[in-house]
Design a binder for this molecule. Structure first.
Ligand code: CA
Ligand code: CA
Length: 79
């Protein structure tokens, strides 16, 4: 079953731009992104000044999104 809203079916990737807005890195290694698969309207932190969106999650369709880091979601671990 496909969720009505893909924003409700997501997992944390570990990517973030906490240190410098707009410069995304992988949290574990602090390595800059060399590949991205942003959802077309993301990252959209710049348009929402009320709550900072510095952590990157991935939708069930594989596209990425920036979201407030305190959102409760599943997460992906590197093996
Ligand atoms: Ca951000
Ligand atoms: Ca976003």
């Amino acid at each position: 079953m496909i969720p009505r809203d893909k924003y409700d079916c997501t997992s944390w990737t570990g990517g973030n731009d906490i240190d410098t807005e707009g410069q995304f890195v992988w949290g574990h290694s602090i390595t800059p992104f060399t590949f991205t698969n942003w959802e077309p309207y993301n990252p959209d932190d710049i348009y929402y000044q009320i709550k900072i969106r510095d952590c990157v999650d991935i939708f069930y369709d594989g596209q990425w999104n920036d979201r407030p880091c305190d959102f409760l979601a599943n997460f992906i671990c590197e093996k």
